[in-house]
Design a protein around this ligand. Structure first.
Ligand code: C2E
Ligand code: MG
Ligand code: MG
Ligand code: MG
Length: 296
């Protein structure tokens, strides 16, 4: 009888969509408990300087070790957490754990590699963010220069005065600020110029088809070259995302790009596996390097 009223009724019972809705709903409502139960953990991915391969930083990338569904990537729950508001608690945890892990790896230092933490738009709109960041630094012992916060273009677009003040307060504290996935939003460098930024992370879509057949003569390559020059003119460090091949690395190097991140340098891994990187061992050289392992 469900069919009697035609398509709309039928759609109500469409099994696949219902299952998806149910999954979304149950994931969203399970997230706060997962935080408490410490089912969320961080993987880390290296950012390397192209010129000498040295470690520029490590990006913290959240995972959810779901008791039934296994290891879930952020695409499965970050948007849900933004909608429900639990992103604020999640983000606070991520900050704390990432800073503690970075301190275990690098100690306190005024130079050297940083840990890079992604911020959701919603977090940037919270009055508590600056205090959350300050507390994560104080609790861990990490210096502000050793923490980078990644924000997207869409998070800083428009003229929300609170966001502007928040970014300035973080910059004044000495924390590094990066624009993540640059090139996927509607913003532009001229606009971003007004913000206290340190780094531009070029989205991997720029690299996806490079180097192509035409090599350095192609319009795509020239566009990338101009973007990197413009970023340098604005005093920004440029990191390319999605570096997967030696050819891409060489192209980026020839274009003056500063750093890269991608499977060529290593995928995101649990902290125990990251500790084995020779560069980190040189930076740390002590067994405490493993202190920050495990769930949040
Ligand atoms: P993102 O910040 O742009 O992070 C880079 C993503 O690209 C990561 O996916 C990483 O594993 C993947 N990736 C790295 N190298 C390569 C490569 O060479 N090729 C390809 N195809 N992919 C590569 P992941 O870990 O699934 O994270 C996805 C997104 O989720 C992140 O994109 C970030 O926007 C968001 N995210 C991750 N952790 C957090 C977090 O703690 N808080 C918030 N708010 N967002 C997070
Ligand atoms: Mg990121
Ligand atoms: Mg990114
Ligand atoms: Mg990206």
């Amino acid at each position: 009888w469900a069919k009697a009223d035609g398509k709309s009724q039928w759609a109500l019972f469409e099994p696949e969509r219902d299952a998806q809705e149910l999954t979304r709903y149950s994931l969203s409502s399970a997230l706060p408990a997962a935080l408490v139960r410490q089912d969320l953990l961080l993987h880390y991915q290296p950012l390397r300087r192209l010129a000498d391969g040295s470690l520029h930083g490590v990006e913290a990338l959240v995972r959810w070790n779901h008791p039934r569904l296994g290891l879930l990537g952020p695409e499965n729950f970050i948007a849900l957490a933004e909608q429900s508001g639990s992103i604020v608690a999640l983000g606070r945890h991520v900050l704390q754990v990432a800073c503690r892990q970075a301190f275990a790896w690098f100690g306190a230092s005024d130079s050297g590699p940083f840990v890079s933490v992604n911020l959701a738009t919603r977090q940037l709109r919270e009055e508590s963010l600056v205090e959350d960041v300050r507390r994560a630094l104080t609790n861990s012992g990490l210096r502000p220069q050793q923490l980078q916060l990644e924000i997207t273009e869409s998070a800083v677009i428009g003229t929300d005065p609170l966001t502007g003040r928040t970014l300035q307060a973080l910059a004044d504290m000495g924390v590094r600020l990066a624009i993540d996935d640059f090139g996927t939003g509607y913003s532009n460098l001229i606009y971003l110029r007004r913000l206290p930024l340190d780094e531009l992370k070029l989205d991997r879509t720029f690299l996806r088809e490079l180097p192509g057949e035409e090599g350095k003569d192609s319009l795509d390559v020239q566009l990338l070259a101009s973007l990197i020059s413009l970023a340098h003119l604005l005093n920004l460090t440029v990191t390319a995302e999605g570096v997967e091949t030696q050819a891409q690395l060489e192209l980026l190097l020839s274009l003056g790009c500063d750093a890269g991140q991608g499977t060529f340098f290593g995928a995101a891994r649990p902290p125990t596996e990251i500790s084995g990187l020779p560069d980190l061992e040189r930076a740390v050289g002590s067994p405490e390097a493993r202190a920050g392992d495990g769930p949040i």
